[in-house]
Design a binder for this molecule. Sequence first.
Ligand code: SF4
Length: 306
Amino acid sequence: MVKYHYEGYSAGKHTVLLRENFGSSKVYAQNAQSVLNKATGFINAYDFTLNPYRGCQYGCSYCYAAAFSPNSQMRQDWGNWVIIKENATEILKKELHSWYKKNPDRPPSIYMSSVTDPYQPIESKQLLTRYLLQVMVPYQPTLVIQTRSPMITRDVDILQQFQRLRINMSIPTGSEKVRKDFEPKSPSITARLKAMAKLRYSFPYRDNCEFRFSITVTPLLPTLPEDEADFISKLAVVDRVVIQDFHASNGRSLIASTREEALALKQKYAWWYNSEQQSYSNFKNKLMAMLPGVEIMEGKEGFGYE
Ligand code: SF4
């Protein structure tokens, strides 16, 4: 496999030049060999994952995707670089065309995205996710979008053209204070909840169409007692709430796992983490008691389309 040297992350000759700085992030652009990748592990119920970008400007402290950085410096600097898959729309067209030649009667199921956020800040300028959605519409895949960004509401006009769509909004805590500790660069909880409310009411019933909406409270972070009831009541805006605890690292550093930054933050919330299983169960029980009309699911099952 070719090893690339990114300007700003290597002392030697650079093979990938810095394209621009966007906010605090270094932005690169590269061609990808494929954009539809076989879905494995946690989301293996899907045919493919689709990641428009490599890297993620949100840089959440617990993000396991940092393990897939091009090199150790970039892994350390997770959240401060992003690589645009420049040829993604052309490649996607070819890949979808090829799928339908082999499977004319079976639309693929696609999970967008597994190791990046398709609506991270650079998307406001790049519009790559928007263009990819436009490519997908005529092929009508079953599509799940996983994001933590209200920017997704920008694309309602295209999203409405899908027939089988689930939108998952990540909101791992109901407390802004906790969010700012674990994911300081992400949009506010209020903005995300408002976005879901807007989306939910932007998809009128249509024959043969299934639009579904989830909030993924994953990894389940502490919510302060004073915020809990209000947060849970606002989750009623969706038809499914998913909870899951931290991705277990089992001491292995080179695989996808919770980053040390988040593990250190756990100390600050010892009142929750000292009895983590109990905290998890208590929260789950409150979800079930307060949201009788909402499907409460855990872990892998909750990330499926159905
Ligand atoms: S938004 Fe998702 S992909 Fe991006 S850093 Fe956070 S957890 Fe990782």
